[in-house]
Design a binder for this molecule. Structure first.
Ligand SMILES: *[C@@H]1O[C@H](CO)[C@@H](O)[C@H](O)[C@H]1NC(C)=O
Ligand SMILES: *[C@@H]1O[C@H](CO)[C@@H](O)[C@H](O)[C@H]1NC(C)=O
Length: 511
């Protein structure tokens, strides 16, 4: 038969009482629903309480976590109307934490929490209660389940997933560019109140950066931030629960943000004109000097390529780029000649090898400077101007006759006087002579082709004021045959001529 028996629930804590009664109705409904599921009853929301055929009246018990009051925390009371108050009934509690965390006064049905509870450790306890007759041991109430729910308090501050974040963003990024997202978690009950509702704010790093209060995404907040001005920023972000309201708990994190370089600076020559000088004799490839354009960017954004624009002397010089120092080295490309040109004015250009089209304003991605190269004279030896080294002479050329001439000049501006001479080693018999002033070559002895068909001489031209400056040139003298030989005798005749022999006298006759 239907007995009317029920458990009574007493919720003593004013604050809990208040919480429950001030909770929005969906929460209450949920609370009952949860209870119904456990009871295996219909899910007709709160009405189940009154429709219960089983007659058990029950509820969830609520308990504050982290209770530190003077006494043990009172949870509630089990009661059945079978209890006449004569001590004949005994209440028994089983399930999660029964006897250890939750103790019941078996006579009165009062339940206390014996220890401090932490919702973040365990938020819900399922227990079973029954009432038995002490004498007969008979169960006067069928066993039923109920739950004790641990009420959240805001005892956890938001914690960032990292103590220090590092991030980077290109300089000159548009305002609102995302840099990094920081996240803080709060161990409190996210489904209850605002204890776990985190709001982000920026404590340090304004006006350069901002943080989205809800997502924790850090963004750039200033336009035209330049790495060249400042590269490192330390941003401090706070996460505060209770929706950021007063009294919420908070945690902070540090975000080290580096601005990365973009190519927003063209190379710039610190001077508009450079001067170098070189001897006209400088071998091809000789380095005349280095010039350097400055570029405040870094890495490949500071890489420079130098070139010589089409200008006076652009065919005479080259410029190569020293990849290590980003300097331009000017070198000699063609043989220089002081006597032809003494000053070149080169237009040298410096261009970034990795320009960024975003920063091409006013064509300033390159720069130009003038490089003046002065060519210096050196004292050069005389230069022969001889069309042909070959001189042909008849065998019967008379002594003292001129057979040819050599001409040499000082190529220097000084135009020093030249004197000529013969290398005597090449004319040991002193058959020839040269006029020291005008280079005319004389025959000074009778020639004999049959004895020597060639006379290969070396002539020397020397600057009079500086004997060290001298030049040599070969002269090939070829003796041309003329018919000056009578048939030769097969033997040697000694001929004697009388001292008083008359002219026209035959001195020797074939016998
Ligand atoms: C060089 O000087 C000598 C002596 O004065 C003269 O005989 C000769 O003709 C000169 N040569 C020339 C090419 O003028
Ligand atoms: C002089 O030079 C000519 C032409 O090069 C050569 O044929 C001849 O053998 C040379 N003579 C001497 C003695 O060096």
């Amino acid at each position: 038969m239907m007995r009317t028996c029920y458990f009574l629930l007493f919720l003593l804590w004013a604050c809990i009482f208040h919480e429950i009664h001030s909770s929005p109705s969906p929460k209450r409904t949920n609370m009952y629903l949860q209870a119904e599921r456990i009871m295996g009853q219909s899910k007709d929301h709160g009405k189940a309480l009154h429709r219960s055929k089983r007659g058990w009246m029950w509820n969830q018990f609520f308990l504050l976590e982290e209770y530190t009051g003077p006494d043990t925390q009172y949870v509630g009371k089990l009661h059945t109307d079978q209890d006449k108050g004569d001590g004949n009934l005994k209440y028994i509690l089983t399930g999660d934490g029964a006897g250890s965390l939750f103790v019941i006064d078996e006579n009165t049905g009062d339940i206390h929490a014996a220890k401090k509870l932490d919702r973040e450790e365990k938020s819900l306890y399922i227990l079973r209660a029954k009432a038995i007759d002490r004498k007969t041991g008979r169960q006067v109430e069928p066993e039923s389940e109920f739950i004790i729910k641990i009420h959240d308090i805001n005892d956890n501050e938001p914690k960032f997933t990292k103590d220090i974040y590092t991030a980077s963003v290109p300089e000159k990024s548009v305002v609102g560019t995302s840099v990094i997202q920081v996240t803080a978690t709060d161990a409190d009950d996210a489904n209850y109140g605002n204890s776990a509702k985190v709001v982000y704010s920026i404590l340090q790093g304004q006006p350069y950066f901002s943080v989205d209060p809800e997502t924790g995404v850090i963004k750039t907040a200033l336009p035209d931030m330049s790495r060249e001005n400042r590269e490192q920023y330390q941003v401090v972000i706070q996460a505060k629960d209770m929706g950021g309201q007063m009294g919420g708990l908070s945690g902070t994190t540090t975000v080290n943000i580096t601005l990365t370089d973009v190519n927003d600076n063209p190379p710039r020559f610190p001077q508009s004109t450079y001067q170098f000088s070189t001897l006209e004799s400088a071998p091809l490839g000789t380095s005349l000097g280095r010039i350097k354009a400055n570029d405040p960017d870094v890495g490949e954004n500071a890489e420079i390529e130098y070139s010589i624009a089409d200008s006076d002397g652009s065919d005479m010089f080259d410029i190569i780029t020293d990849k290590d120092t980003q300097e331009g080295i000017i070198t000699v490309k063609k043989q220089l000649d002081f006597e032809k040109k003494t000053l070149y004015t080169l237009k040298v250009e410096a261009t970034n090898t990795h320009p960024d089209p975003r920063f091409f304003y006013m064509g300033s991605f390159k720069d130009a400077a003038l490089v003046k190269v002065y060519v210096e004279d050196i004292d050069e030896p005389p230069v022969f101007s001889i069309l042909s080294n070959l001189i042909e002479v008849d065998e019967d050329a008379k002594e003292g006759s001129i057979i040819g001439q050599v001409i040499a000049q000082d190529p220097d501006a000084a135009k020093n006087m030249i004197k000529y001479s013969l290398d005597r080693h090449t004319d040991l018999d002193r058959i020839f002579n040269i006029h020291s002033g005008n280079g005319s070559i004389f025959v000074s002895k009778t020639l004999d082709r049959e004895a020597a068909p060639w006379h290969n001489l070396t002539v020397i031209a020397t600057e009079m004021s500086n004997p060290k400056q001298s030049t040599q040139a070969p002269i090939f003298i070829r003796i041309l045959d003329i018919n000056d030989h009578a048939p030769e005798f097969a033997k040697y005749y000694e001929t004697f001529v009388c001292e008083n022999a008359k002219a026209g006298q035959i001195t020797q006759q074939e016998l």
